[in-house]
Design a protein around this ligand. Structure first.
Ligand code: SF4
Ligand code: SF4
Length: 439
């Protein structure tokens, strides 16, 4: 298979040694979880439990509404103590959430039916199972998976790319999942290919994950329609459009989606979740996250109940909040979201919690004028002109911004990483997107 390349990109320090050799551990059942009703792209779920209700782990507690939405389930057993707005890691103000106090029993919902013989059912039946299980993209975007697996009829899909790149520094949760659960991941991939009725699946892994490549290859060896593609370690290799360009040399048009070029991209964690839902009958109630960075005494990869508070996770991992100020990031250091407080829950799309020492933090106000070096243009994987976008957004010239395609920006941060003037280019572009969306 030929190898292609995407333009731009950077090679930040990988910073994966802290956790890449540590096996996934089960996180203890927390005393309380906070399950936001909005953990995904689209409309929030509607609560179907109320204060005082007793729930078990795996029980549906929020029902999806509208075309793009996802169910949410309790991740522990216990009592619903409130349904109120609570701190949310991605939204600047509190958002509706279901708060559950553990009864310490971790009772699980009874599994009535599994679809291990999924190929005997219609694709719609299996999509419904995935929808019921509340599965969303676990690579970060949290787009409802049942919607992604139902592309418009006129789009001819021929290839599934299973994304095992994990190009963000510090994160190793996908790497460990591929090493420890390769069979389940490939079975999940086969379910996706069955739904899409396609016969070409490629697992894409960066060349810095030798053990994962070996583990996946051992399973794929037996699969005639699935292959492994090893790609160079380069950020943001795992971004959908860059992945498609590198592996298939197809270019997703401006404003388009992968299905416009016949491709569906899914993350390895999502594939694992699909296997769990279809073959084992288990809804999405937990995920593997990487906990790493400065002042973390017990870094690692943990399978954590959705809705566990960052304060509980960091405390378990030996972090002392009084050592502030530090930067706490949900996700990786390039595209993750900084958290101002620790009383905030992890979501289905949270891939890690990373702590950065204060001396490494760059504050928004400390930046200079553009010196027109062009470095940001060189590294932009979307071939944009981040310098102009930043300048016009800084001066609130939104119509001028529009001429430079801000909505094509994937917010990868390559431009800001390279900028010698330390300009907050991504924040500027996010502002431009926000104001232009209001017009
Ligand atoms: S953040 Fe946007 S503008 Fe900057 S390099 Fe990435 S895609 Fe280009
Ligand atoms: S990298 Fe920074 S200083 Fe250089 S052109 Fe881009 S915005 Fe200007």
């Amino acid at each position: 298979m030929a190898t292609f390349n995407f333009s731009g990109g950077i090679h930040p320090p990988e910073l994966k040694n802290q956790t890449k050799d540590l096996s996934i551990k089960e996180f203890p059942v927390p005393e309380k979880v906070v399950i936001p009703l909005s953990q995904h792209t689209g409309a929030p779920a509607i609560p179907i439990v109320k204060k005082g209700d007793i729930v078990v782990a795996g029980q549906k507690i929020g029902e999806s509404q509208g075309k793009i939405s996802a169910n949410v389930h309790s991740s522990i057993s216990g009592e619903v103590v409130d349904v109120i707005p609570y701190n949310h890691p991605l939204i600047s103000k509190p958002a509706p959430a279901i708060i559950i106090k553990s009864d310490g029993k971790n009772s699980q919902i009874e599994i009535k039916k599994t679809y291990w013989d999924y190929y005997r059912y219609s694709t719609q039946d299996i999509i419904k199972v995935i929808q019921e299980a509340g599965i969303v993209g676990l690579g970060g975007a949290a787009f409802p998976t049942h919607v992604k697996l139902s592309p418009p009829k006129e789009k001819e899909i021929d290839t599934l790319l299973l994304n095992g790149c994990e190009c963000e520094p510090c994160l190793t949760c996908d790497d460990r999942l591929m090493q420890e659960n390769p069979k389940e991941i490939i079975e999940g991939m086969k379910i996706i290919m069955f739904i899409l009725n396609i016969h070409k699946g490629i697992v894409v892994i960066e060349d810095n994950k030798k053990n994962a490549i070996e583990a996946i290859n051992k399973i794929v060896f037996l699969e005639p329609n699935i292959s492994v593609k090893i790609v160079k370690t380069k950020y943001p290799q795992g971004a959908e459009k860059q992945l498609i360009k590198t592996v298939l040399n197809r270019e997703v048009p401006s404003g388009g989606l992968p299905f416009d070029v016949g491709v569906i991209v899914q993350n390895v964690g999502t594939s694992y979740a699909i296997y769990q839902a279809v073959v084992k009958g288990l809804p999405l109630t937990s995920r593997v996250i990487t906990v790493a960075g400065d002042f973390i005494l017990n870094p690692g990869n943990y399978r954590v109940p959705i809705g566990t508070l960052a304060s509980d996770i960091l405390s378990y991992c030996g972090y002392k909040p009084e050592e502030k100020p530090h930067k706490i990031i949900f996700g990786g250091p390039m595209m993750g979201i900084s958290q101002g407080i620790l009383d905030v829950p992890i979501l289905k799309g949270t891939s890690g919690i990373i702590v950065q020492e204060s001396k490494n933090i760059q504050f928004f106000s400390e930046y200079d004028n553009c010196i027109h070096c062009g470095k940001c243009v060189d590294v932009c994987p979307m071939e944009l002109m981040p310098n102009f976008l930043s300048y016009y957004a800084e001066h609130m010239l939104w119509e001028k911004c529009k001429e430079f395609f801000p909505n094509d920006c994937i917010e990868c941060g390559c431009c800001a990483y390279e900028c010698p003037a330390k300009r907050p280019i991504v924040q500027h572009i996010k502002l431009a997107k926000f104001y232009l969306s209001k017009k």
